[in-house]
Design a protein around this ligand. Sequence first.
Ligand SMILES: Cc1cc2nc3c(=O)[nH]c(=O)nc-3n(C[C@H](O)[C@H](O)[C@H](O)COP(=O)(O)OP(=O)(O)OC[C@H]3O[C@@H](n4cnc5c(N)ncnc54)[C@H](O)[C@@H]3O)c2cc1C
Length: 484
Amino acid sequence: MTATTPGLASPAPAPETPPGRPPQRVVVVGGGPGGYEAALVARRSGADVTLVERQGLGGAAVLTDVVPSKTLIATAEWMTIADRASELGIRTVGLPTDTPVRGHEVDLGKVNARVVELAAAQSADIRTRLETEGVRVVEGTGRLDGPERVVTEAGDSFDADVVLLATGATPRVLPEAMPDGERILTWTQLYTLTELPERLVVVGSGVTGAEFAGAYNALGADVVLVSSRDRVLPGEDADAAQVIEDVFTSRGMTVMSRSRAAGAVRTADGVAVTLADGRVVEGSHCLIAVGAIPSTEGLGLDEAGVRLTENRYIEVDKVSRTSARGVYAAGDCTGVLPLASVAAMQGRIAMAHALGDAVQPLDLTEVAANIFTAPEIATVGRSQTWLEENAVRFVASTLPLRRNPRAKMLGIRDGFVKVFAHAATGIVLGGVVVAPRAGELIFPLTLAVNHRLTVDQVADSFTVYPSLSGSIAEVARVLHARQA
Ligand SMILES: Cc1cc2nc3c(=O)[nH]c(=O)nc-3n(C[C@H](O)[C@H](O)[C@H](O)COP(=O)(O)OP(=O)(O)OC[C@H]3O[C@@H](n4cnc5c(N)ncnc54)[C@H](O)[C@@H]3O)c2cc1C
């Protein structure tokens, strides 16, 4: 998404269309990262580009999901760091050094005002960038009228040589726990809160549930995390998820595993969440974070010959083609991997393919992902589960961060670096970093995975002393010895 952040890159003039050839007409439906990045790429390839968006540019990523949540988490991160203050010799003025520094309190109204403002500013920046580049931005709800035309509710009609559908997804709601926007909330409704919930019940312990549970706990709320599974973050690296669960409980969060929520209702002064086994969890507010459903209804897909999966996602191949010629799809509406970075990549690939540029098909093994808990969990390449299930001969090594000198200086105890390498060749196959700012630390491993570096090549590279990244080279050195 940085491509559209002003100040980082000045808008390049769109190239001239080659003489004698009319520009290709590209119509994009949806202005999130899947759509707006593609619109810019298409424009730079000389296409005539129209983008139809109904909510605001930047899409859910900018307005309700990535940008707001990570801005809120930025405040939570400061609160977490402040918790280590007394250990590092910092005291509150007038109190003895060993008094826990508890002088900080969050003004949630102010935090959320900043969140909303920042998101709106980024959305406005994206609009400016698109318009400067010559993309025709149309406000409204679009749908296909056959594979070669997009029409809007307002009656506009755009003929297209290429259509890109990037309509995203919306929070899944449970009929037995209907959000009211006040006490029972989806993640898009959290930013209207002006006061910290006294007791927040988070239903769902996937990435979104875990991120918000951790953030609100750090902001000072009493948090109950209701998980239907054995542990938080099912599907993630088991050791990493265990660290997060341990940190959550050590910070006073109540984690209820194997507890399926059956419904939630408002009470006189809060909410009551009923579990499938009949237990009731009371709280002041409830966040429902049980996944998302693709925005594919009413898009005219069947009539245009665009095939959907059983779960109503748009079926695409590795170059983002749908089953209808000339119609491409990108992002959360495809269900490929719900990340902004993947949506943007799918959109770029679609345009490169459609407009005759060099195309590199989507390769999910190269995706680096991050969970913004404290500590963060960053992953790249193959997971341990995948390697085991596919009987790959691999070696693995893990180093806990508490042995890292820089971590000791910073008062960091929780976290580790884990690397997987091929047992015979030593090529790095994947890695997991659990650490503060793991999302930044994963990059050397991303380079290693994407460029098929060996553990020796990683081990032989200099790292700063002392540094957290020193642990990455150290793990690689351990793996050198373990290779078969
Ligand atoms: C709480 C949360 C936090 C997240 N954090 C991260 C993160 O840190 N990093 C990360 O990589 N990913 C994150 N994600 C995932 C990320 O938000 C999505 O993967 C990303 O938004 C997908 O982009 P998209 O373009 O497919 O869809 P969206 O961003 O949802 O955009 C789709 C747009 O299409 C518009 N639209 C839909 N239908 C129509 C129509 N018929 N006509 C016109 N417009 C239409 C919508 O209004 C919307 O603006 C997070 C998700 C959530 C829920």
